[in-house]
Ligand binder design. Sequence first.
Ligand code: HEM
Length: 533
Amino acid sequence: SSISSRLPSYLSGPTPPSWILGNQPDVVLSQAGEANARWKTQYGAVYKYFGCFGDEYLVLNDANAVQHVLKGQTTSYLLDKSLREFLRLVTGEGLIWADGTDHARQRRLLSPAFNTSFIKSLVPTFAAIGFRLVTQWNKRIDKEGANGAWDVDAFHWIELLTMEALGLTAFGVKFGSLEGNEHPLQRAYAGMIGASYSRPSKFTIALGAAVLHIPAWIVHHIQRLPLPGLTKLKNAQRIGHKFADELMAEKRKQLKSNAQVEDRDFITVLVRAGEKNQRGNLESMPDVEIYNNLTTFWVAGFETAANVTAFTLIELARNPHIQQRLSSEIISMLGTATDRDLSDGFTADELERMPYLEAVVNEALRCHAPIHSGLFKAAADDLIPLSTPIQAGTGKVDRIPVRCGQSIICSFDGFNKSEEVWGPDANQFLPDRWLRPEAKEVDPSKHGGGIYANLATFGGGPKACIGYRFAVLEVSAFIVTIIRDFEITLSPPEWQLWSDGSYIGTIPTKKGRWEGGGQCPLTVRRRQSKARN
Ligand code: HEM
């Protein structure tokens, strides 16, 4: 049977070679955002394409259109029902899973954990974690380095950084993974995410899409089946849950006997906020929901932050001038390794006085959005407004009609690299763009509705990333500690980055080397080695 379209005929897009796979292999097997960049040039910022089994997607790269859909989340644009049920298996009924008024309630009750001053108070913790990595790397350079240079695939180390950060700031637990220890909670969560990647075969691509065709109620019942993957997941959930329960009970005891307990982690903040609300007869978050959200933060904040850190280091390694300029700024702020020991970290205030650092991190977030697109379903018929009208027959339209149930992809990567918004050099890594005065004032017709720096990287609207400040400060602190003390280059220098874009995540890897997962291969040298001796 021929594939029929529910979208207006004036929208164009690639012709699907088959009904089963459609154009899905073009998307899944190319680099993140690559197929979209090509189709955007060919068919315009708004186009349609067919995935597997005749699934039709409306793809949006246009600023107003992206903004409209992001703002409509939890009410008029929702997560696919079946996808949401699968998500429940991993995160439980936490913030990513929640919709409507339940979502609004959870978000409100979680807000104490994400207020600006609390998140800023975490910077010394992030920085001290970065310094623990520096300490380990110094030891390796001495032991394993040749002529002061040490080759390392830094990707796994970076994953340990973001794991330690979540361990300390979410649960108040130090895993010690950078020092070679393994903590049961960390093991449980690592198992939950299943950090292994594999290149999808055509069969897995179809299977991935088929999931969206399984009715949500069936997915809901899948969790009762003794499938091996699920058993592992449930085990991990059980360990994590037990651990969190013990920690919450312990916090309650501490808070009862001593009101001075410092707010150093999410558990303390959320347990305290809950107790306070109870005393004031206000609604407080049930323990199981606190736990589900700690798991949610883990799923949302572990790999994403690790990937941005890795992409930033790769950009610095392959752009020595940018790295040089950044290291000068850092050293003029914090001194060299011999001037100041960073075992107690540094403050948010010190970070904020490094404008070039902010420019570098923003540019990495723009060029390498770790979630390259968002997938939504229209909950009702709607008209999506456009910043740039498109040709429809002999006239132009500035709104696209969609029907209830329409699948929509907001390309975060496409918006971040839109020439209309970012100029003709949108595809280049140029931190300097953030230092221009215009960077601070965004023309409303070029605003994608993002919550940070007019980037779509953290999404927008009611479901925008709640952890964006956490992520930006964490990544910045890691970059500062590493770049202050080490000079990095790619190893080997001709190593080619492949930004893998399977499904929605973007990971740095090497073409043809999926099995190994993410990569960040560096040669590391002490920056101040000459000054030292
Ligand atoms: C660079 C790192 C990160 C990136 C790029 C990122 C990106 C995103 C994106 C694109 C969304 C969906 C937004 C939308 O639908 O409009 C999201 C949601 C979310 N993120 Fe992040 N994230 C990062 C780090 C974190 C961290 C560190 C945490 C927690 C500590 C976190 C917690 C969440 C949560 C809970 C949601 C769901 C919010 C809701 O549905 O209300 N993220 N994130």
